[in-house]
Design a protein around this ligand. Structure first.
Ligand code: KG4
Ligand code: ZN
Length: 331
């Protein structure tokens, strides 16, 4: 079954064709990062306008890359939420129109479900049930994934998402949006033991996260450093911050696996691209004798292949959307 996936929940317009929920035929991502960067974050109004400009071409390109005609696909999957309403509406309306015109079955997909399914685009895939850490710019959550369609939320962030914390720290250090990759790269040159930043473990056994205390602690350190000394200290701040974030993400996820009796862990979302996090996870999983899975870098950040993958499993199980359905910002 060939599924066309469409994603437009935030600042990437993406389309992809995936066969049987696992074999990538084509994937096109048009990023708006350069349009939002001067504003230090995503501007919703700009985002929806840019999606509108890009969506037809992006879908067209996905078909051209695949060397397929519109009629060749068997179904359409599109991100329904959560995300920016105006942005979601562009992809969702496009998918509705495409499905209506071609009489294709179609289905709305939860963006977070899509991220979770991104590991199934790889050769080696997790075995159910497994624990999934989803860490992105908008979410940080731990799930028990029971099968392709069912997952239980075990914990999530009470304030900032991990990616959001990365972006805010980068901004404090004078870097453009998004800052995750920049901090990750800088960490390689820094000494992580120079600053002792707090780790929020919360209540015993909790799988929730909180990054606001860490963010404030970093701000206080930066404010105390004389301006002419900030540059030389930046890699050490980045490394110490990254150590604090990865410490909490890894330990809580490993604990979740232990508590639920899973011996398999997968990570997904933009922050899953973090080199330090991937390294820490593989070491920790090796120590615990757990299997560890992470999507390739292109499937960590927002893409439509993961949406096509999640949509395939819904369509295969006769879960369809109808033309009256709407997008949702949260959930
Ligand atoms: O999944 P994603 O592309 O979009 C959302 O659904 O939010 O995630 C984007 C987030 C941004 O906050 C970005 O700074 C972060 O992922 N990110 C990283 C890295 N690459 C992207 N954070 C830490 N380390 C990275 N290497
Ligand atoms: Zn995302």
């Amino acid at each position: 079954m060939l599924v066309l996936g469409i994603e437009s929940s935030c600042d990437e317009t993406a389309a992809s064709i995936v066969e049987d929920g696992s074999r990538l035929i084509s994937s096109v991502v048009s990023s708006q990062i350069m349009d939002h960067s001067p504003f230090g974050g995503v501007v919703p109004e700009i985002a929806s306008r840019k999606h509108l400009e890009a969506v037809s071409d992006v879908v067209d390109k996905a078909f051209r890359e695949a060397d397929l005609a519109f009629d060749d696909v068997d179904g359409v999957a599109v991100t329904q939420g959560p995300g920016l309403i105006g942005s979601l509406l562009v992809g969702f309306s496009f998918a509705k129109a495409f499905a209506y015109a071609g009489k294709f079955p179609w289905v709305g997909v939860n963006h977070l479900h899509g991220h979770m399914m991104s590991v199934f685009l790889e050769k080696e895939t997790p075995v159910f049930p497994y624990i999934s850490l989803l860490a992105s710019g908008g979410h940080t959550s731990i799930y028990l994934v029971k099968d392709y369609l069912h997952y239980d939320l075990l914990g999530s962030t009470r304030d900032d998402a991990a990616g959001e914390a990365y972006d805010k720290i980068a901004k404090m250090l004078g870097f453009p949006y998004p800052g995750g990759q920049i901090i990750d790269d800088l960490s390689l040159e820094g000494d992580k033991s120079l600053y002792k930043f707090p780790r929020a473990w919360l209540q015993k056994g909790s799988f929730d996260f909180s990054f606001s205390g860490l963010k404030s602690a970093v701000r206080r350190v930066i404010e105390k450093i004389p301006e002419n000394e900030l540059k030389e200290n930046t890699p050490h701040i980045a490394a110490s911050f990254q150590d604090a974030v990865t410490d909490v993400l890894v330990r809580k996820t490993i604990n979740a696996a232990k508590v639920t009796g899973c011996n398999c862990i997968a990570i997904c979302g933009g922050v899953a691209a973090n080199a330090g996090l991937r390294k820490r996870f593989s070491e920790a999983c090796m120590k615990e004798n757990f299997e560890f899975f992470s999507p390739s870098l292109k499937f960590c950040s927002d893409n439509a292949a993961m949406i096509a993958c999640a949509g395939y499993h819904k369509l295969k199980n006769n879960i369809f959307s109808d033309m009256n359905e709407e997008v949702y910002a949260r959930g």
